[in-house]
Write a protein that binds this ligand. Structure first.
Ligand SMILES: CC(C)(COP(=O)(O)OP(=O)(O)OC[C@H]1O[C@@H](n2cnc3c(N)ncnc32)[C@H](O)[C@@H]1OP(=O)(O)O)[C@@H](O)C(=O)NCCC(=O)NCCS
Length: 415
């Protein structure tokens, strides 16, 4: 078993220099505000939530909300879910093409090398109050990790690519350490001989997972890896575009993902399923939420108008794992809730809905769900940061001033 301490690896850096980011994978990014400041102010309305505004060109991901299609670098998510692995998908998102077997082996070697985290980061996690929200712990640990990265401030494409792989690798180690420390357990050091998904589960549970459990985690990691200009990815691009460092951009993205309107929804879904408690309570519960004009967590989407293609896989996996564990209660409540919410507000469930019961069946505590999401989405964040930096333009939209007209300043005794 390896230790947590990172060994210096000149090999890893050389490999990345040799790979270099190909210009073909690094799309030109336009701050697509084709309207000038003048035109925007003449228009006198802000697009609420920037809905419908195209803020970047990207070659990484296409989300077709009308057709329910999700494409990573030209590949349909259903094909990747069926045939790919997290490692291969990560390579695809970073590099723009599926790897050959030797490219994948080399990439994997670097990913495995970076699994260990710095001892001060681990020591820091142990000092946190047990009540610290896991996403807060993750945000702080990732930020701190940058302090110990000797190339943190090197902004060359090669260094940023290496940091992307390092962040992808160490995110799972940090997340697993957070879970175990909060449960009063000793963190488990990563192993070199397991796949990314299997090693993650091993560090969470101190047990090598079954092939089915490994595949389930692998699928969760593939499905959550990328989703175009969602709030956290946009946050990452905005920070990267100031030419700040990659750790700052990822730290900001984690903060954005934490919110219950974004990645935090999966944790809220589990709370809801437990609160509802039984299939027979679903319809009255939905009616009560509707009467209060409340939000149904895990439903609705800023882009998808039809079924979220990721939810199809997560639903199926949740059903299978529920049957395997011999306890389908949360899955059954989820099915009843999906039907009741669709009839009530005509919104489909999103990626977070079935991910809640699924992760529960995998033995992951509810308050860790968003961290698992982050351990996957790190790939999308970094791919977008690399793309942004390949043709950078600071992202600085305009605002429409609706405050008071210019007025005279009154001295304090005259107010
Ligand atoms: C994801 C979400 C933020 C998208 O918001 P949006 O882009 O404004 O989506 P829409 O334009 O379809 O929403 C229009 C209205 O439909 C209603 N609506 C949308 N989703 C709803 C939900 N889950 N429950 C109840 N009403 C909902 C609301 O009235 C909303 O208006 P509001 O945002 O002013 O309250 C929203 O659907 C939501 O809050 N969902 C719950 C949280 C969640 O699951 N987040 C994870 C997303 S992957």
């Amino acid at each position: 078993m390896s230790s947590f301490c990172r060994a210096a690896s000149p090999h890893a850096y050389q490999y990345l220099v040799a790979l270099r980011v190909r210009p073909s994978m690094t799309a030109a990014v336009t701050a697509s505000t084709s309207a000038s400041d003048k035109e925007a102010s003449a228009d006198k309305t802000a697009a609420r939530g920037l809905k419908g505004i195209i803020a970047a060109d990207t070659k990484i991901c296409d989300v077709d909300g009308d057709l329910g299609k999700l494409i990573y670098r030209g590949y349909n998510i259903h094909d990747l879910a069926k045939n790919s692995s997290f490692e291969e998908t990560a390579y695809l998102l970073f590099k723009g093409e599926l790897p050959s077997s030797s490219e994948l082996a080399e990439f994997n070697k670097v990913l495995v090398h970076h699994r260990e985290i710095e001892p001060p980061v681990l020591a820091f996690l142990k000092t946190l109050p047990k009540t610290t929200p896991p996403m807060t712990a993750l945000r702080s640990a990732v930020s701190m990790s940058g302090v110990y990265d000797p190339i943190a401030e090197d902004d060359s494409p090669e260094a940023n690519f290496e940091k992307s792989i390092r962040l992808t690798a160490e995110m799972t180690t940090i997340v697993a350490a957070i879970q175990r420390i909060q449960a009063g357990l000793e963190p488990i050091a990563p192993r070199q001989d397991l796949s990314h998904a299997a090693n993650f589960m091993y560090m969470l549970n101190d047990k090598v997972p079954s092939k089915d459990a490994e595949k389930a985690m692998d699928l969760i990691l593939i499905l959550h890896a990328e989703h175009a200009l969602n709030a956290s990815t946009f946050a990452a691009r905005v920070i990267a575009a100031t030419l700040s460092d990659i750790y700052s951009a990822v730290t900001g993205a984690i903060g954005a993902l934490k919110g219950p309107l974004h990645g935090g929804a999966n944790t809220e879904v589990l709370k809801t399923l437990i609160e509802v408690g039984d299939v027979k309570n679903v319809v009255p519960w939905v009616e009560a939420v509707r009467a209060k004009k409340g939000k149904f967590m895990g439903f609705g989407h800023a882009v998808y108008k039809v079924e979220d293609p990721r939810a199809i896989h997560l639903k199926d996996l949740s059903r299978r794992l529920g049957l395997e564990t011999g306890d389908t209660k949360l899955y059954d409540i989820s099915i009843a809730m999906e039907q009741a919410v669709i009839s009530s507000i005509h919104k489909n469930c999103n990626v977070d809905f079935y991910s809640a019961s699924l992760q529960h069946y995998m033995g992951i505590p509810g308050d860790m769900f968003t961290c698992v999401f982050a351990a996957s989405r790190i790939v999308g964040w970094c791919a977008h940061i690399l793309e942004q930096l390949s043709d950078n333009k600071i992202i600085r939209p305009s605002s429409n001033y609706i405050g008071p007209a210019e007025r005279p300043y009154l001295a304090v005794d005259k107010r």
